[in-house]
Design a protein. Structure first.
Length: 310
């Protein structure tokens, strides 16, 4: 998504963590050049075997218009985007594909099919989205959740948002990721619900209800990311000033934070939905083919981690 700054290959070091062989991936309604280019780039990198699920005439027309060769790819015909979502979810539920990749389809349409109680991709977990950002402004990956799926999460949903993000960080090789539960202050304020939730999440981690990471919150963004701010405010925290994961109070905060880093800090963004039976590569319409491939690499890393952790 980033538009400024010097050219670089986003998430190059991510590929070193990807398991092999390539995973079968249902690309949902890939009827535009960016969707097809992202799938082909992920294939070129050895990440996926794309299964193109959509209206065959529209898929072929998009490929021809963009000069893309899809002759060697499997196509599954679906009359329209809704049918493509249903068919891709069926393939995932039956184990025919290991991941889904969003094509030229609305997020709500794809997720509605995934969330169906009968034949969908539900598990005991809540589904949530994680942005992974790489920017020259910060020395390590930044994980942000949830800025794309859960609009106004309650405490139970925030528990799974946090656990899913920690699991992805573990899959990326980040042991005990430092996880900041964000609010507008570091103080627990009964008038600010997000501070109460942050304190509760930290206690849930103490009790083993959230595992694999180190939590602290509530924390304002400056305290989560800036050692100077931590020193100035005299805060004693294992997370403050060095966070790997930022858990936001609501979708607006997460979406704006990720896009601010994207457009103002020359960040590259990848994104993934976890908590379903298979990871779902949930891309933005503005994502480049390289960023779409990076999101597929996140899914491949997560699947490799799942296999290793049992």
């Amino acid at each position: 998504m980033a538009e400024t700054g010097t050219a670089r290959e986003p998430f190059a070091r991510l590929l070193d963590r990807v398991g092999r062989p390539a995973h079968r991936c249902a690309v949902v309604h890939p009827v535009d050049a960016l969707s097809l280019s992202g799938a082909l780039e992920a294939q070129r990198l050895g990440l996926v075997v794309p299964i193109l699920v959509g209206n065959q005439s529209k898929v072929r027309a998009a490929a021809d218009s963009a000069g893309l060769d899809i002759s060697g790819l499997e196509l599954v015909d679906a009359a329209h985007s809704h049918a493509a979502a249903d068919e891709a979810v069926r393939l995932a539920a039956e184990g025919a594909v290991s991941m889904l990749m969003k094509g030229h389809i609305a997020t709500g349409e794809l997720m509605a099919a995934s969330l169906r109680r009968e034949g969908g991709l539900r598990t005991q977990r809540r589904m949530s989205h994680v942005f992974v950002l790489e920017t020259p402004a910060w020395p390590k990956w930044i994980l942000i959740s949830d800025g794309a799926l859960n609009i106004a999460p309650d405490l139970t949903t925030k528990r799974w948002i946090t656990q899913n993000a920690i699991d992805l960080a573990n899959a990326l090789g980040i042991a005990a990721p430092l996880t900041a539960i964000l609010s507008a202050t570091e103080l627990v304020d009964p008038a600010m619900a997000s501070t109460i939730d942050a304190a509760a999440l930290c206690k849930m981690a103490d009790r083993g209800q959230i595992r694999g990471g180190i939590l602290d919150g509530p924390l304002a963004f400056d305290l989560a990311m800036s050692p100077a701010a931590v020193r100035a405010k005299g805060l004693n925290s294992p997370v403050a000033g060095a966070a790997d994961i930022l858990i936001v109070p609501g979708i607006e905060a997460g979406n704006m934070l990720a896009k601010q880093l994207d457009y103002l800090a020359d960040a590259e963004a990848a994104g993934l939905v976890l908590g379903a039976k298979v990871p779902i590569v949930l891309t933005s319409r503005a994502d480049s083919p390289a960023e779409r491939a990076a999101s597929a690499a996140l899914a491949a890393c997560y699947l490799a981690w799942q296999d290793h952790s049992g």
